[in-house]
Design a binder for this molecule. Structure first.
Ligand SMILES: C[S@@+](CC[C@H](N)C(=O)[O-])C[C@H]1O[C@@H](n2cnc3c(N)ncnc32)[C@H](O)[C@@H]1O
Length: 356
């Protein structure tokens, strides 16, 4: 087992650019994974960095995010054991599509807002070709890599602002980040090997889901550890505002409106964890639905609602809980972290029974 574990740690997770990604905190989180865990669930998986850590350590990994573009990363890097994108697949993805006339959502919605017309045309054509790849893992990999290429091309790596094309014409910014002026296709080809090389088989049947976690939990069994990394309510919780374009590209919505300057889709999916009015009752539901899972790890931040003490009180109704903290020295931590803010990990174990 030791040798096997060592082998999987050689696989590199492709560097994400996602608000709240725990990529830089993985060695710290790893210390709190109990040794006897056979199956772990990453419930709010986002970029999938923690699910990837579970997979690397040989654990059977179940992963979930309610946004489908994140699920595509889960399918391609967590559930997928062997499928990679080959040069023949690239020929399919880049060929002029026969269906191009009915694939025009990116061009119609985002031209001159985030990308120039040649780029939105390229994206629609690429999107039309994805279903031609011969299995769901290759398709998911194509989504994961093209979506990451789009965030590389955008200043700040998200779509919650309308400055993309202004920045793409700013010589100073271009000097700092050449990707602003590089074609998406070129970025795609550059980063693809990082994704292909991250595909591996840890000899477990891993699974990626795309549900609201409150709907998924009743249907899954035999989980030894669950990792909760919910949006930090009150501090950058609006994932659908920041990454709407990736979800629109992935879902290719037919039934939404595209609103305000950034053309975010409307109506949005219901989270339950991103608004003050819902968040406490959602956590109570979450913890009740997780009663059968013995070990919980919960990521949190000292600038979120509810505050740490109140949150700890809620958790301690269900589990014995220990609070671990890591202070950011700079602003490069999770979820819009700023220098001096703290990343918290609640380490939760089954309640000890006391007999009198
Ligand atoms: C803080 S991020 C997770 C970051 C992740 N640990 C990483 O390393 O990239 C929170 C995630 O929760 C997802 N989310 C929000 N509400 C959800 C819900 N009700 N069910 C499942 N996922 C949800 C968001 O899409 C977002 O990706």
């Amino acid at each position: 087992m030791l040798f096997e574990e060592y082998k999987y740690l050689d696989y590199q997770f492709p560097e994400p650019q996602y608000l709240g990604a725990k990529y830089t905190l993985l060695p710290w989180i790893n210390k709190f994974i109990p040794k006897n865990v056979k199956t772990a669930l990453d419930a709010f998986a986002g970029s999938q960095s923690v699910a990837f850590l579970f997979k690397q350590t040989g654990i059977r990994t179940v992963t979930n995010d309610f946004l489908d573009f994140n699920n595509k990363i889960g399918l391609s890097l967590i559930e997928n054991k062997t499928e990679k994108l080959t040069n023949d697949d690239l020929k399919i993805l880049f060929q002029p599509s026969k269906n191009k006339e009915i694939f025009d959502l990116m061009e119609n919605t985002f031209t001159d807002i985030f990308f120039e017309k040649s780029e939105t045309f390229f994206l629609d054509n690429f999107r039309a070709n994805i279903p031609l790849l011969d299995n769901i893992y290759k398709q998911a990999l194509a989504f994961a890599v093209i979506n990451r290429s789009m965030t590389r091309k955008i200043t700040m790596g998200h779509f919650g602002h309308t400055q993309a094309l202004v920045y793409a014409n700013d010589a100073e910014r271009i000097k700092r980040n050449r990707s602003l002026v590089r074609p998406i296709k070129e970025i795609f080809k550059e980063i693809l090997p990082n994704y292909n090389n991250a595909v591996f088989d840890n000899k477990q049947d891993n699974k990626s889901f795309n549900y609201n976690i409150l709907d998924l939990l009743p249907g899954i069994k035999n989980i030894d550890l669950v990792y909760f990394d919910p949006p930090y309510c009150d501090s950058h919780a609006d994932y659908q505002g920041f990454y709407h374009l990736l979800e629109t590209f992935t879902e290719y919505w037919k039934d939404k409106q595209f609103v305000n300057g950034i053309k975010r889709y409307e109506p949005q999916r219901y989270s339950g964890f991103d608004k003050r009015k819902d968040v406490i009752s959602s956590f109570i539901k979450l913890f009740e639905l997780s009663e059968e899972i013995p070990n919980w790890l919960i990521s949190y931040n000292n600038r979120s609602y509810p505050g740490i003490e109140e949150f700890e009180k809620i958790i301690s109704k269900y589990r014995d809980v220990r609070v671990e903290a890591k202070t950011y020295q700079n602003g490069r931590g999770g979820k819009g972290s700023v220098a001096g803010s703290k990343e918290i990990l609640f380490v939760c174990t089954p309640k000890k029974k006391y007999f009198i």
